[in-house]
Design a protein around this ligand. Structure first.
Ligand code: NAD
Length: 368
């Protein structure tokens, strides 16, 4: 059988730096765990624009459709700020998400004990936190029609439309229930059924998918505003939260920051299963290209490394190896190793991007 395939799109700014550490880890799995991948690399974002005049070449898009997983670094930079909207670096990323139809966006909020002091919340509220927000990514108010700014009488009116079909809700609900079965077996669905018809439909459909296919999973419903309060009050009550595009955008950012630095946050965007049963998938850190520290070896590679751990778990069915990688990250943090973004104490010397990668590899070696 052929090896699973990965397309690496490192992108701009710190993207290639953090992805360099992921490549070391991919090689480690081939050398030490007999787990080899067919890896190819290509351009996305500003670097693709520089070479091809477009942030995502058609050939790259075609490759992304064929591989088992795409790993993306980050795109963008100030030198591209004045480009036309249609060729801005971010358009490359949006095209990937749209054409791969990645409707289920997984944003974990996990607090490593060693970093619990970094949260703006009290330590006992966040220590050991491990929740997953599943955000619908390809529909809802960011895509609904009509949209625009129109003249109405003697003033202008801005319009966006929240629109969800039953099948769009069903597929993201299934994604959340499947995920819950691999975790704590609980799903909380969030909408505003008290004031929005799309919320009423959302609640009905999620309940129906539960009752017909996932009765073994515990399901609760919460209004999204109450959910935001509960996330700050006692986030550990949740396991998987499923919600729409707009609320998911807000709730996942809020939940992510419970855990500290942007340099720690991975994500996955999943679509429908392909012929081999694996979902279409793109894995990427939440952070951007960080032009302020690019090229200086200061970037924290952990968000990108944890994104690869998600790929091991969700694309390659290697849950035990994903656990091993996450444990290696936890061990290194517990040993006090810190990149500059994780330092509150000025007496500690930060490690570089590649030193952090090497320490994680040493912890992987020690796990054998
Ligand atoms: P950013 O995430 O790049 O940086 C915000 C701050 O966090 C900066 O101070 C940066 O140094 C720090 N930071 C981010 N990642 C870090 C890491 N791994 N290690 C250490 N520190 C880290 O957001 P921004 O500054 O608003 O945007 C910069 C560029 O990135 C813009 O062009 C923006 O459009 C783009 N962007 C891309 C993505 C993406 O590729 N998915 C996401 C957000 C922003």
């Amino acid at each position: 059988m052929s090896n699973p395939s990965i397309l690496i799109l490192a992108g701009d700014g710190i993207g290639p730096e953090v992805m360099g550490e992921v490549k070391k880890i991919i090689n480690w799995y081939g050398d030490k765990r007999d787990l080899s991948f067919d890896v190819s690399e290509d351009l996305v974002g500003g670097c693709a624009y520089d070479k091809h005049g477009t942030p995502l070449h058609d050939d790259t898009m075609a490759k992304a459709q064929e591989v088992d997983a795409v790993l993306l670094g980050a795109v963008g930079g100030p030198q591209y700020d004045d480009l036309d909207f249609s060729v801005k670096p971010e358009r490359g990323l949006l095209r990937l998400r749209k054409e791969m139809d990645l409707y289920s966006n997984l944003r974990p909020a996990q607090c490593f004990d060693a970093l619990a002091d970094f949260s703006s919340l009290k330590k006992d509220v966040v220590a050991g936190l491990d929740i997953m927000i599943v955000r619908e990514l390809t529909s809802g108010i960011y895509f609904g029609e009509p949209r625009g700014i129109f003249e109405e009488g003697n003033e202008r009116v801005g319009i966006n439309t929240q629109r969800y079909t039953e099948s769009e809700i069903e597929r993201v609900a299934r994604s959340a229930f499947e995920l819950a079965r691999r975790r704590g077996n609980k799903v909380c669905s969030m909408e505003k059924a008290n004031v929005m018809e799309s919320g009423i439909l959302w609640r009905e459909v999620v309940q129906r998918v539960h009752d017909t296919e996932y009765q073994d999973v515990e399901l609760s419903h919460m209004y999204a505003d109450a959910g935001a309060m509960q996330l700050c009050r006692w986030p550990k009550q949740f396991d998987v939260i499923v919600t729409d595009n707009l609320f998911g955008d807000l709730l996942s950012d809020a939940a992510a920051m419970l855990t500290g630095s942007l340099g720690m946050l991975p994500s996955a965007s999943l679509g429908a299963p392909m012929e081999n049963g694996r979902p279409k998938a793109l894995y990427e850190p939440v952070h951007g290209s960080a032009p302020d520290i690019a090229g200086q070896g200061k970037a924290n590679p952990i968000a990108c490394i944890l994104s690869f751990a998600m790929a091991l778990r969700y694309s390659f069915d290697q849950g035990a190896e994903a656990d091993r990688l996450e444990a290696a990250v936890e061990k290194v943090l517990a040993d006090g190793v810190r990149t500059a973004d994780l330092l509150a104490d000025e007496g500690v010397t930060p490690v570089s991007t590649s030193e952090m990668g090497d320490k994680i590899i040493a912890a992987l070696d020690a796990s054998l």
